[in-house]
Design a protein around this ligand. Structure first.
Ligand code: NAP
Length: 276
């Protein structure tokens, strides 16, 4: 078994994920795994970074596929005996003018951004080694979408005692409410992406709390963040940050020094803790 530290970035064949891998290859003292649901796109991205003189490793990972997540889990367990850095970056967003019915957008978006990310956490968080760092890439849109929720929902999403099961029930209810066209009446904002990212931010707050309760003394730090508005296939060419600039906050959180005890369980943008 290798004692080399190991970092994994989900959805890293392009965009912000690829830029996070690039930065980690330069700054993380260990093996860095570029992962992609499509091995061809993943290997092409590895080749691109190799041309830049970097040495990322590759593993297939589709966060919608539990078997794929478990294959990565077993690989990490066997080869490294755990994991030091996990960046949950993979995500999707329908374009603003996409005409796919809203209920379908809700189901598809929540499936990857919330449920897929949660499944990765369920399988990989138990592998995190002491002083591990976990970064869940959310979005400022989670904050604005929270503001668009009913007072009752806002209270639930800001609660310091909400459980993962309760959060899953709420995310499931959103999808069901869109199918019945009652989501607005039920207090939801009109954004599937926004609700999925509320889920990611609240999940991060819950997971950090559980680490405090169950793995106190292991110094694992877990946060959600917004990379900013970044020029990628998702956000388009008008966005203000380059992918490398978008990677800065996630990489800062992934490389928090071993003597740091904060931030933890926070929502961070531009390397600054934001109120939730
Ligand atoms: P992007 O260029 O569209 O890249 C998204 C990445 O996620 C791609 O590698 C994609 O793989 C991967 N992915 C999607 N579904 C996946 C799945 N089921 N399993 C594994 N990988 C999957 O988007 P981006 O702008 O870099 O976004 C990265 C993250 O930042 C997302 O979580 C996004 O919500 C967040 N974010 C972005 C912005 C922005 O302005 N760009 C702002 C706030 C937050 P494929 O190539 O196979 O599709």
């Amino acid at each position: 078994m290798s004692s080399v530290p190991v970092a994994v970035v989900t959805g890293s064949n392009k965009g912000i994920g690829l830029a996070i891998v690039r930065a980690l290859c330069k700054q993380f003292p260990g093996d860095v795994y570029l992962t992609s649901r499509d091995p061809g796109r993943g290997q092409a991205a590895v080749a691109q970074l190799q041309q830049e003189g970097l040495q990322p490793l590759f593993h297939q990972l589709d966060i919608d596929d539990l078997q794929s997540i478990r294959a990565l889990r077993d690989f990490l367990k066997e080869k490294y005996g755990g994991l030091n850095v996990l960046v949950n970056n993979a995500g999707i967003a329908f374009k603003v003018h996409d005409t796919t019915p809203f209920a379908v957008q809700a189901e598809v978006t929540l499936k990857t951004n919330f449920f897929g990310t949660r499944n990765v956490c369920t399988e990989l968080l138990p592998l995190m080694k002491p002083y591990g760092r976990v970064v869940n890439v959310s979005s400022m849109v989670s904050s604005s979408a929270l503001g668009g929720c009913s007072q009752e929902l806002q209270q639930k999403f800001r609660s310091d005692t909400i459980t993962e099961e309760e959060l899953v029930q709420l995310m499931t209810k959103f999808v069901e409410d869109t199918k019945k066209s009652v989501h607005e009446k039920e207090g939801w904002p009109n954004t599937a992406y926004g609700v999925s990212k509320i889920g990611v931010t609240v999940l991060s707050r819950i997971q950090a709390r559980l680490l405090n309760e169950q793995r106190k003394g292991e110094h694992i730090l877990l946060n959600a963040c917004c990379p900013g508005w970044v020029r990628t296939d998702m956000a388009g060419p008008k966005a203000t940050k380059s992918p490398d600039e978008g990677a800065e906050t996630p990489v800062y959180l992934a490389l928090l020094p071993s003597d740091a005890d904060a931030p933890h369980g926070q929502f961070v943008s531009n390397k600054t803790v934001r109120p939730w």
